[in-house]
Design a protein around this ligand. Structure first.
Ligand code: ADP
Ligand code: MG
Length: 397
């Protein structure tokens, strides 16, 4: 995939009407109607401000939740318009429809330096179908398409790629950074490239492993998925997570890594529990000593030491998937240790994946990383080396 795409800095935006696709799918308290986390809104401000400073008229669009093509008051973007107005310190207009009469009128009237927010894209059933009639209506509102919604680039929707057939299409600053850092790490990483993979399931990460086996120098495997690998190698894993239908695949991945000269590191010990519950009994055992009836919920201290030593040698570290059930404080040690090691590393450090990003935020270490990807599913597909429709559709540099 070509990661080198034009940005808003490579095109003349001054005085133009801009259709800006963002990800304003923010959590809103059902009772109070208040936005509980406005990170996704503040993250788009640099792009919006850049456009406003150049006297562009900015038509912002986003989805929120899963209204399935129907109007739902509870999923309106009205609270977002209010918050965005506060953040920009100027009134953000809002349309009553997605690309209908009201949007057409407001977009036509919109002047340079003003912002219009369209109503939830997914209120229109044609958005997710990438319907040509919808795409034409949406594109008709503007002169230029700017995408800053990295979390949505793996989707072929009207607003994520369809409109790019009708308008010059470039990235905003958020998407540009994702492409630069993630794309750079995959196409031209500072070596050695060490990849840390965890999370619950091997099946979620097959594509990532398969792609990274061609790129990485070392792959560290922890989390629940490590037990499928350990089991495949003949270890008793008690009641730990195991995908019985992936044992052969796990062995094949180990073989493929060997023949590619890629080192694979697996845990040598585990923090185990007698039941899946906060407040359970906890013990540390070597991977050869798993007692029946117990389950591994975190990597143990010897594994932490092994993994952290390896991270110290890295030029680039890509991390996807927690090392254990970090939601239970007793089993957060492995995940926290990897996050700490990355935070104090001078390597390029990249976090991909929703839960991994949540863990790093929870530990307060996000700003110590080179990059915490804003796209959960999108960052995984990126690491799988897949062509992303919302990136493909942008103009090449
Ligand atoms: P990401 O969203 O970063 O890609 P995943 O969704 O793949 O990460 O995995 C996150 C989940 O994996 C977490 O909820 C965590 O509790 C779970 N997990 C990690 N290690 C284990 C384990 N040993 N047993 C069970 N679940 C685990
Ligand atoms: Mg997840």
């Amino acid at each position: 995939m070509n990661y080198s795409k034009k940005t808003i800095e490579d095109i003349d935006v001054s005085g133009k009407k801009i259709l800006l696709r963002v990800d304003f799918n923010v959590p809103i308290d059902k009772l109070t109607g208040e936005i509980t986390d406005d990170n996704r809104i503040t993250a788009a401000l640099p792009t919006i401000n850049y456009l406003l400073e150049r006297n562009a008229a900015v038509i912002v669009c986003s989805h929120r939740g899963r209204p399935k093509g129907e109007w739902k008051d509870s999923l309106s973007l009205a609270p977002v318009a209010k918050r965005l107005s506060e953040l920009l310190n100027s009134t953000v207009k809002m349309s009553k429809d997605v690309a209908g009469e009201d949007s057409v009128r407001l977009a036509a009237e919109l002047e340079g330096g003003e912002v219009l927010l369209l109503e939830n894209l997914r209120f229109d059933p044609r958005e997710e179908k990438n319907d040509p009639s919808f795409v034409k209506e949406l594109a008709g509102l503007a002169d230029i398409y700017v995408s800053d919604a990295f979390g949505c680039v793996h989707r072929s929707h009207g607003s994520t790629c369809g409109v790019a057939s009708f308008l010059p299409a470039v990235s905003g600053f958020l998407l540009a950074k994702e492409l630069e850092v993630l794309g750079g790490a995959l196409s031209n990483p500072s070596k050695p490239l060490v990849v840390v993979l965890g999370g619950s399931k091997v099946s979620d990460k097959i594509g990532v492993i398969t792609n990274l086996i061609n790129i990485a120098d070392t792959i560290i495997i922890g989390g629940g998925m490590a037990y499928t690998f350990l089991n495949a190698l003949g270890h008793n894993i008690g009641n730990s997570l195991c995908e019985a239908d992936k044992l052969e695949l796990a062995l094949k991945m180990i073989e493929d890594a060997k023949s590619n000269g890629v080192e694979i590191l697996l845990p040598t010990d585990s923090a185990i529990a007698d039941r899946f519950e906060n407040g359970c009994h906890k013990r540390i055992v070597g991977v050869c000593d798993m007692p029946d009836g117990w389950m591994g919920l975190d990597i143990g201290p010897a594994s932490v030491e092994l993994f952290v030593e390896k991270l110290k040698t890295a030029g680039t570290i890509i991390w996807n998937g927690p090392m254990g059930v970090f939601e239970f404080p007793e089993f957060a040690y492995g995940t926290k240790s990897i996050a700490d090691a990355m935070a104090s590393s001078s390597a390029v450090t990249i976090i991909g994946g929703g839960d991994s990003a949540a863990a790093v935020n929870q530990f307060g270490l996000a700003d110590k990383m080179t990059h915490v990807s804003t796209g959960g599913g999108a960052s995984l597909e990126f690491l799988e080396g897949r062509e992303l429709p919302g990136v493909e559709c942008l103009l090449d540099k």
